[in-house]
Design a binder for this molecule. Structure first.
Ligand SMILES: [Zn+2]
Length: 106
C-alpha cells in the first residue's frame, strides 16, 4: 500500500533535521527496500510506503504498520534533494492563484 502526502516544507535551506521532524522520521538509517521487520518494534506486520507528491514517483519513506515510525528509503542527501524539488511545484501553484485573483473584476 502507498499513501500520498504533500510536503509541508517550503524552505529552500532544508536540513535533514527539519525534514525528519516534519515527516516524523525515526533515525537516519536508510532502507532501500521495505524492511522485513521493524527495527524499532520488531513487528513483521509490514510497512506502508509514504509518497510525497511531486518529490518522487514512488515511496520516499517507510511507515511501520505497527508502531507507525517512519524510515528513510534514500540517503539524507537524496531525500532532501527530492523534497526540495517540490518547492518549485508550490511556487507555480501560488502564482496561478495570484493570476486568478487578478482576473476577478471588482
Ligand atoms: Zn514498528
Amino acid at each position: 500500500m502507498v499513501k500520498s502526502t504533500q510536503s509541508p516544507l517550503r524552505v529552500s535551506s532544508l536540513k535533514i533535521k527539519d525534514l525528519c521532524l516534519a515527516f516524523r522520521i525515526s533515525g537516519r538509517k536508510v532502507f532501500h527496500k521495505e524492511p522485513e521487520r521493524c527495527p524499532y518494534c520488531n513487528s513483521d506486520e509490514g510497512f506502508c510506503g509514504i509518497e510525497i507528491l511531486g518529490a518522487h514517483n514512488g515511496p520516499l519513506f517507510w511507515e511501520c504498520e505497527s508502531c507507525l515510525r517512519r524510515l528513510l528509503r534514500f540517503t539524507e542527501k537524496t531525500t532532501i534533494k527530492k523534497v526540495k524539488s517540490t518547492n518549485e511545484l508550490y511556487y507555480d501553484l501560488e502564482k496561478m492563484e495570484e493570476d486568478l485573483w487578478l482576473e476577478i473584476p471588482n
